[in-house]
Design a protein around this ligand. Structure first.
Ligand code: C2O
Ligand code: CU
Ligand code: CU
Length: 551
């Protein structure tokens, strides 16, 4: 029996109304659907004309997303503060703050050489529990921000770890138990950039300067209410992920950047709770090719030409934008092209979405405007080799674990996506479904062993960006990729350019299956307890996460 609930009916009407209105301004202006500031129509990312604010560039002088090179030790404080993000409105924000050498940083971009060391005291001045997780870094679990170690208001936590990772664009954010979605959405997140010789070589070859021509870009969608971030997920948002309708890049709403005729590097992080981006570069209506050089775990083996790249929550992509032939006055846009978000929850009994966001997943919008201002003499070209990716080997082909994902049961009061873990045993395959429990460890792996993990997103579901703590992995094979993403497949294993290096987060579209190799080798003594979870933060918070133990 199929009953259309009132909620479902209203949801359908709401989306149709949205599409019919040819832009969100009338809905916003009407003010009947939700409270919103008077400036909302100027914030719509679907209109090129709105891209009028200079992009906040990371500066070594401090400020928001300033570049911070940590001294021997430092304090980092999670607290509420204020910033003017929307003209005329003061936005209360949650931020990580650091004061160092007379400079004040909000959400500092931590920049550190490989083999450096972090000694940091987190001070929690929020009114709730929190803890920092260093996303993508190979650290022991006491430094990893497991929610078991979250600290209460007024508490502190001491981090002390060496930087073992190769150069790459990592990041950090809270990992509070059941509460990461809100804390990240209200502002707590930034980059953690590791550098090594290869990285410096590339920078020299292309004459790149971090913060000027090598620019970290954190993409975040937010809802505003009277100038303030509003994190107010309803039941459906919790189920399919919270979406904002205003896009911020480095905390700048609808930004532009003045550029010259040369090569730029953008290290793009999807810092959104649940939104996927289909990034492309355009000049007028013409697509402009770009080059993918890195991903979650640093540089790829070589540059890969691209015309689009999907970026799921928590993923990073490192791209080169070649403006050598651009002319003064040219305008380019980094944009997110439209795509099928492949939300099919209702097909297995979960209600149709009735989201509060006016920018549904899969809609087209602009991200960053590039104004070419003048030409410059620039004679560098992209090196043909970037790094060496040594393939993980030594896993036995059959012994892989299989992870799949279960939609919440419509009749469950506490609707939670689950992770199903299947183990091959001599008696056959044995599967158990899990949602997160602090003290249960459904997966145990032997330290020092390479393993094959297979992740499968069965049909009728939705995309899930799956993230592993503790180790970077390699994508070995991808299958069942939908056409919109499969256009970027570059090898016989179904892999994308962004699969070709090291990763910590891999997106699975409905129907997709990905085999990854993980080498569970690390130098830490004793058992280590890490996490494996979906990086749609509402899924993570609701329990689409498991502990795993390395013994
Ligand atoms: Cu970026 Cu456990 O997360
Ligand atoms: Cu992580
Ligand atoms: Cu998910």
């Amino acid at each position: 029996m199929k009953v259309i609930s009132r909620r479902q009916f209203m949801g359908t009407a709401g989306v149709a109304g949205w599409a019919a209105s040819r832009g969100v301004s009338r809905l916003f202006a009407a003010g009947s659907l939700r409270q919103s500031g008077p400036t909302y129509p100027q914030l719509e990312p679907t209109r090129a004309i709105n891209f009028t604010r200079p992009l906040r560039l990371p500066s070594t002088d401090g400020g928001m997303f300033g570049i911070f090179q940590p001294p021997d030790s430092f304090e980092i404080t999670a607290r509420m503060s204020m910033a003017e993000l929307v003209p005329g409105a003061v936005t209360p924000l949650w931020n990580f703050e650091v004061e160092s050498a007379g400079k004040r940083f909000m959400n500092p971009i931590i920049r550190i050489p490989r083999n450096g060391r972090i000694r940091a005291k987190l001070k929690n001045e929020l009114l709730e529990h929190s803890i920092i997780h260093w996303h993508g870094l190979n650290v022991d679990w006491r430094n990893d921000g497991h929610p078991m170690y979250e600290i209460g208001p007024g508490g502190t936590y001491d981090y002390d770890f060496p930087i073992l990772n190769r150069a790459g664009t990592y990041w950090y954010h809270p990992h509070a138990h059941g509460n990461s979605g809100m804390q990240v959405n209200l502002g707590l997140a930034s980059f953690f950039i590791v550098e090594d010789d290869e990285e410096i070589q590339l920078r020299n070859a292309l004459d790149l300067t971090l913060g000027q021509t090598d620019i970290p870009l954190i993409l975040q969608d937010r809802r505003f209410n009277e100038g303030a971030f509003s994190y107010d997920p309803n039941e459906e948002d919790l189920l399919s992920g919270f979406l904002g309708d205003v896009i911020l890049v480095n905390g700048t709403v609808n930004p532009f950047l003045d550029v010259q005729s040369r090569i730029y590097r953008f290290r793009i992080l999807n810092g959104s709770n649940s939104r996927n981006y289909r990034l492309a570069l355009t000049n007028g209506s013409n697509p402009v090719p770009f080059t993918i050089i890195g991903n979650d775990g640093g540089l790829l083996d070589r540059p890969y030409p691209a015309s689009q790249v999907f970026l799921a929550p928590a993923e990073r992509v490192d791209v080169l934008i070649d403006l050598r032939s651009a002319r003064d006055g040219d305008v380019y846009f980094l944009e997110s092209r439209d795509f099928d978000p492949m939300h099919r929850e209702h097909d297995h009994g979960v209600p149709t979405r009735t989201r509060v966001s006016f920018l549904p997943d899969g809609f087209q919008f602009f991200v960053l405007k590039l104004n070419v201002k003048g030409t410059t003499a620039y004679d560098k070209s992209i090196p043909q080799r970037l790094s060496e990716i040594i393939p993980i080997s030594g896993m036995s082909d059959s012994a892989g674990k299989v992870f799949s994902f279960e939609a919440p049961d419509l009749h469950d009061d506490y609707r939670t996506w689950k992770i199903r873990v299947c183990d091959p045993t001599p008696e056959g395959t044995f599967c158990v479904e899990h949602s997160f429990e602090m003290d249960s460890f459904p997966v145990v792996v032997q330290k020092g062993t390479p393993q094959l993990w297979q992740m499968v997103n069965e049909n009728f579901s939705m995309p899930h960006p799956m993230h592993l703590h503790g180790f970077q992995f390699q994508v070995l094979q991808r299958s069942g990729t939908p056409a919109q993403a499969a256009v970027s497949v570059i090898d016989g294993q179904g892999r994308l350019a962004t699969d070709k290096g090291w990763k910590d987060t891999v997106n699975l579209w409905p129907g997709e299956s990905v085999r990854v190799g993980v080498d569970f080798s690390h130098p830490f003594t004793g058992e280590q307890n890490y996490l494996y979870h979906c990086h749609i933060l509402e899924h993570q918070d609701k329990g689409m996460m498991i502990n795993y133990k390395v013994v």
